[in-house]
Design a protein around this ligand. Structure first.
Ligand code: IDP
Ligand code: MG
Length: 160
């Protein structure tokens, strides 16, 4: 069962290319205007061990060393976002991995051309999102607060 209420969480990383290209504000804005709640946000540097865990599913690929080097080339911005079925919603807003083939209107489709350099990471399943949020945020770095906008973003029966 996918439905977990408006408190489903996902992990987003704004990648080094976006930080270098001055796209942090634009990317955060897209999630804000979508109606998501930012419950965690911080700038950080990633190390090899964290990346090896985070990208375990591509660690054996020939392009992995390039991805690892890229992801450590400057700080990233980590975001924990919350909303109804937010994991899938963020994947749609992001667009597909290969930016130059990503849908116009999506973050990657509008802001990037690269395959590895695709400006953003977003968790790909509710299960992975839980592990990824825990990997990048301590419990006390996730802030619970009332976002009055939620009553306009969702209908009454969705706001559970
Ligand atoms: P995703 O970020 O869209 O979920 P994944 O398959 O999980 O894509 O791959 C993780 C990251 O590894 C991608 O975002 C991209 O930066 C990089 N990557 C994946 N496949 C390729 C490839 O074929 N060439 C170069 N980089 C790749
Ligand atoms: Mg992925």
């Amino acid at each position: 069962m996918k439905f977990e209420g408006v408190h489903e969480k996902t992990l987003v990383l704004i990648k080094p290319d976006a930080v270098q290209r001055g796209l942090v504000g634009e990317i955060v804005k897209r999630f804000e205007i979508k109606g998501l709640r930012i419950v965690g946000m911080k700038m950080m540097r990633l190390d090899e061990a964290t990346l090896r865990e985070h990208y375990a599913h591509i660690a054996a690929k020939p392009f992995y060393p390039t991805v690892e080097k890229f992801m450590m080339s400057s700080p990233v911005v980590a975001l924990c976002l919350e909303g109804l079925e937010v994991v899938d919603a963020v994947r749609l807003v992001m667009g597909i991995t290969k930016s130059r083939a990503a849908e116009a209107g999506s973050i990657r489709g509008d802001l990037a051309m690269g395959y590895g350099n695709n400006v953003i990471h977003g968790s790909d399943s509710v299960e992975n999102a839980k592990a990824e949020v825990a990997r990048f945020f301590k419990e006390e770095e996730l802030l619970d607060y009332t976002k009055d906008e939620f009553m306009h973003v969702y209908s009454e029966d969705e706001r559970v």
